[in-house]
Design a protein around this ligand. Structure first.
Ligand SMILES: NC(=O)c1ccc[n+]([C@@H]2O[C@H](COP(=O)([O-])OP(=O)(O)OC[C@H]3O[C@@H](n4cnc5c(N)ncnc54)[C@H](OP(=O)(O)O)[C@@H]3O)[C@@H](O)[C@H]2O)c1
Length: 323
């Protein structure tokens, strides 16, 4: 597996990480834990050393799962987790909370669940409008000084926030949504990350499964599936967006690759400091996705892909609250 380095002094990670969110939440009924533990260890056997989780996935269960799966190989992997939500006793996320005392408490709890003495990459999951980012960066800087955290990250932060945070505590990685159908960070954020030497960890690089071509109809999605309420998966938008997939399928065929591989290879080809973290709960799809690391897209193919997406356009906002 080829590797990439996160930020200027961050860890070297497999060019494709493994997003673990769907193993306990979001995309319908999660599979059995034992099966997911096997899958996480299998991913490591296949060359993956970068695993993504968050306190809020599950909540808590996802970190516990990762902690159990990775305990035997802790020193061979890079674990990224996230703080920044207030979670109520029923396990619901009830808004942001990046107050310093909360960050410190989450760090301790995450360390316990992850069965480790350090978090390799600790992201603020969402910017908290009530807490200045300098205070957040300063709190993580203290955790780094204490040896509990190795690197600082932000998720879905804007340019101003990234600059201000980076001035207090160098940011190693920004985790934001980036894929063929989600390109809003290209104009301002990607150039800024390049200037500051910050990596992009691209979440939902398969468009939450859509870009693989596997989702043909909204009725495929179970009632527990987050995508059920997602603007891009509503029947009309899905029909429009699926017409784009037909074009991408033809290009994938030209490459002798699958649509998922084409989509991931496209993300990898954008910058050598971008690390996509596709999620899957299936070993067969993991193997397929990892195959993208060996797929080279020529400038001509990249241009064809870009043209297909730009000309066709995407219908639907990224999140339900952006309807
Ligand atoms: N920072 C944030 O706010 C944020 C937000 C969302 C996600 N994330 C992180 O990013 C990770 C990845 O994002 P994501 O899971 O939302 O989206 P994704 O990686 O774009 O897509 C995952 C979905 O695609 C399916 N899939 C994966 N490989 C496939 C293949 N080869 N063929 C067909 N279907 C395939 C998976 O289903 P199966 O499981 O059935 O294979 C799953 O439903 C998450 O796990 C999480 O760690 C972060």
């Amino acid at each position: 597996m080829i590797t990439r380095t996160l930020g200027t002094d961050g860890p070297t990670v497999s060019a494709l990480g493994l997003g673990c969110m769907g193993m306990t939440a979001s995309y319908g009924t999660p599979p059995a834990s034992a099966e997911m533990i096997r899958l996480i260890r299998h991913a490591h056997d296949q060359g993956v050393n970068f695993f993504d989780t968050a306190e809020v996935y599950g909540p808590y269960r996802n970190e516990e799962l990762l902690g159990e799966a990775l305990a035997p190989i802790r020193d061979k992997v890079v674990i990224a987790t996230k703080f920044g939500f207030q979670i109520d006793t029923a396990g619901r996320s009830i808004g942001t909370n990046s107050r310093p005392e909360h960050i410190r408490a989450v760090c301790e709890a995450s360390l316990r669940r992850l069965r480790t003495d350090r978090i390799d990459l600790f992201y603020q999951h969402r910017v908290d409008p009530d807490v200045p980012i300098e205070e957040v960066a300063g709190t993580v800087a203290d955790l780094i000084a204490a040896g509990k955290v190795a690197h600082f990250g932000l998720s879905e932060a804007g340019a101003g926030t990234i600059r201000r945070a980076h001035a207090v505590q160098p940011v190693t990685a920004l985790q934001s949504e980036y894929s063929l159908w989600t390109r809003h960070i290209e104009a301002e954020i990607l150039p800024l990350l390049e200037t500051l030497g910050i990596a992009l960890v691209a979440f939902s690089p398969l468009g939450r499964g859509f870009l693989s071509g596997a989702i043909t109809d909204a009725t495929q999605l179970g009632t527990q599936d987050f995508r059920k309420n997602h603007p891009r998966f509503q029947p009309e938008a899905l029909a429009h967006n699926r017409a784009l997939l037909a074009q991408l399928a033809t290009l994938a065929q030209e490459l002798g690759a699958t649509q998922a591989q084409l989509s991931l290879a496209w993300v990898l080809a954008q910058k050598p400091w971008i690390v996509p973290i596709p999620g899957t709960t299936k070993a067969s799809r993991l193997a397929e996705n990892l195959g993208a690391a060996n797929l080279r897209l020529s400038p001509d193919m990249l241009a064809k892909i870009d043209r297909a997406v730009t000309e066709h356009g995407v219908q639907g906002a990224r999140y339900p609250d952006q309807l």
